[in-house]
Ligand binder design. Structure first.
Ligand SMILES: Nc1ncnc2c1ncn2[C@@H]1O[C@H](COP(=O)(O)OP(=O)(O)OP(=O)(O)O)[C@@H](O)[C@H]1O
Length: 219
């Protein structure tokens, strides 16, 4: 479980959120929503230890690894790594033959579960937007995370590709019990894939059922 207790974050005099309280259960698939600048990324950075909270607490099992899937950026056409080697960047280097075999088996499994087996040799720079996004997801899975953070990972993808990616994440959530934090401005995907959302608004965070989400609430 991830629990925020009276969590406050300020940048200088600017209050991003103040005394917020919420819980995210293990294995939950929850949306994180709110207008631009509401504090969603700041929360993620605090969870990942990249930013310090100002006060209050985050209670979570720190043994639980977090996989972070950013929104794909344009990659140079001549970027040298193919998808498989891009994933392998997240492996620890080892000369131990048994560990190398295990690592290869892990990569095979992830390529299979993300439907990237046929694309493993595709240079990342030449992959489509959806393929790049799947490669980012596959790379995050190499760390065997318990928590997956999708940070606007569906933005700038075509609708059918968004659905493919989200179906894949839903499967990981159901089959492997991954906790998923889905940061998004997309109210339709929020409603389709999650039951509730943490709404960041005016320095507060509120848990709302997806039925309560209005079209323009966080766009
Ligand atoms: N390192 C920083 N120093 C100062 N202010 C910051 C810093 N990081 C973020 N902020 C400010 O904190 C507020 C929250 O930013 P944050 O990036 O968390 O918003 P967000 O909800 O993720 O927005 P978006 O939907 O646009 O990605 C913004 O006003 C932002 O300018």
């Amino acid at each position: 479980m991830i629990e925020a207790k009276n969590l406050t974050k300020k940048f200088g005099k600017q209050v991003v959120f103040q005394n917020v309280n919420f819980k995210i259960d293990d294995g939950e698939f929850v949306s994180i929503v709110g207008r631009n600048g509401a504090g969603k990324t700041t929360l993620v950075k605090i969870l990942m230890g990249l930013e310090k909270k100002t006060s209050g607490d985050i209670v979570m099992d720190h043994k639980h690894k977090i996989g972070y899937v950013p929104q794909f950026r344009n990659v140079d056409l001549d970027y040298p790594l193919d998808i498989e080697h891009f994933m392998r960047l997240n492996l620890k280097f080892t000369l131990n033959p048994a560990q190398r075999r295990k690592d290869t088996e892990l990569i095979e499994n992830i390529l299979q579960e993300t439907n990237l087996l046929n694309l493993r040799k595709r240079p990342l720079g030449l992959a489509s937007g959806g393929e790049k996004q799947k490669a980012y997801l596959a790379q995050a899975l190499v760390n065997k995370p318990k928590i997956l953070i999708l940070d606007e990972s569906t933005a700038s993808l075509d609708v059918d590709v968004k659905i493919q990616l989200m179906d894949l994440v839903q499967e990981l959530n159901k089959k492997e019990g991954l906790t998923v934090l889905f940061i998004t401005h997309d109210s339709e995907l929020t409603k389709k894939y999650t039951k509730r959302a943490l709404l960041f608004d005016h320095q507060t965070v509120e848990s709302i059922g997806v039925d309560e989400i209005a079209e323009d609430m966080f766009e």
